[in-house]
Design a protein around this ligand. Structure first.
Ligand SMILES: [Fe+2]
Length: 226
């Protein structure tokens, strides 16, 4: 499977419309209608059947879905101390689609994405994303390159060529839920200390799979990516 080079969109509606016209012309047929989370799962599965995956089409599918809690509540499982990763679909081994549930004040470490593409869509609440440049030298403090608040239904995109990031639910009174797509899937990534730039490896795990709590996780370290 190969992935097209992808230039992330900003959230400008005109740019999205322009992109959809271009995408329709490129595909030679109309874009799929995304009316539910089931449509997201089935259309993603079709996109990833192809050897060459159109990442702009993946972005279109993610941003076209309008969050409906009735459709994702079975994946919304929270932990008191740390955000959770809840598998929605394993994409036949080609990608992972998952819901991340963030309690009040929960945040990730600064991390990379193990050479994968990462899409993140807000299903409930808001999240702050802070980006960092890769450290130029070992033991360099990580330099912030930007930050933004992502609100309901917003989608952001990152891969390692765009830098590192951390994500946080900065609210002290609202939870947040985000839908993530990683392609290809991965179970290890690097996490970074902001002050020293020191890198270490983290294993990522699922708190629940297909709506069922993963009991085997009790003794496994907590997740570090998002
Ligand atoms: Fe991430």
């Amino acid at each position: 499977m190969s992935l097209c080079v992808y230039q992330p969109l900003n959230s400008d509606r005109n740019e999205e419309e322009f992109c959809e016209i271009t995408l329709t012309k490129h595909l030679g047929h109309s874009l799929p209608e995304i009316c539910s989370l089931s449509d997201v799962v089935s259309e993603l599965s079709k996109v990833f059947e192809s050897e060459k995956v159109n990442v702009e089409l993946v972005h279109y599918i993610m941003r076209s879905y309008k969050s409906n809690p009735a459709e994702w509540k079975k994946y919304a499982k929270f932990d008191r101390f740390k955000y959770t990763r809840n598998l929605v679909d394993d994409g036949n081994g080609k990608y992972n689609l998952m819901a991340l549930c963030w309690g009040e004040g929960h945040g990730s470490s600064i991390h990379d994405h193990a050479n994968s593409h990462c899409f993140m869509k807000i299903l409930q609440g808001s999240l702050e994303e802070v980006r960092y440049d890769w450290p130029k030298e070992e033991e360099d403090e990580l330099k912030e390159s930007g930050r933004k608040i992502l609100n309901l239904n917003d989608v952001c995109y990152i891969n390692d060529s765009l830098g590192l990031h951390r994500v946080e639910n900065v609210s002290s009174y609202d939870t947040a839920i985000s839908l993530h797509l990683y392609c290809p899937p991965y179970d290890r990534c690097s996490v970074f200390n902001q002050k020293t730039g020191k890198k270490s490896q983290a294993t990522v795990t699922f708190y629940s799979m297909y709506g069922k709590r993963n009991k085997d996780l009790k003794d496994i370290s907590t997740p570090e990516d998002n």
